[in-house]
Design a protein around this ligand. Structure first.
Ligand code: MN
Length: 137
């Protein structure tokens, strides 16, 4: 058995190279071989969001608190609320983050591929894309 104590793992700020705004990350799990699991709690301040990116084995998001936003390239802007789960296909360009006037946190779960490769980071999400009106799906 292994217990990873919260006090032993300080919150980190997400890098400006891959995120817009102020975003914090708390590592939950980086699986050791043969596991490829990755889980992180990500806390976005209002307006905070990821850059556009892809995941080689897809990603699952579980909304924990606040109001968030999710969009796949060419798809609707979707509002996320606590308890919502988003299943993101592999290699699909997308972004996720907080709504403009709300904090938002989610649990992000993904796996690296058989080469050990994870998230592919791309360009920032423009304000024009970010501020579109959300659509219910
Ligand atoms: Mn993602």
């Amino acid at each position: 058995m292994k217990v990873l104590r919260a006090t032993a793992r300080p919150t980190k700020q997400a890098p400006a190279s891959s995120f817009v705004g102020t975003v914090y990350m708390d590592e939950v799990l980086v699986g050791e071989k043969p596991s490829r699991m990755r889980a992180t709690r990500v806390s976005f301040t209002p307006g905070g969001r990821t850059n556009w990116h892809t995941h080689p084995v897809g990603q699952t998001l579980y909304a924990l608190s606040g109001i968030g936003r999710y969009q796949e390239e060419g798809g609707p802007l979707v509002e996320l609320r606590p308890g919502d789960t988003v299943i993101i296909p592999l290699d699909k360009r997308h972004w996720h983050g907080a709504a403009p006037n709300s904090l938002f946190s989610h649990l992000a779960m993904s796996e690296v591929n058989d080469k050990g490769e994870g998230t592919q980071w791309l360009e920032p999400v423009s304000d024009a894309d970010y501020t579109k009106k959300p659509t219910d799906v």
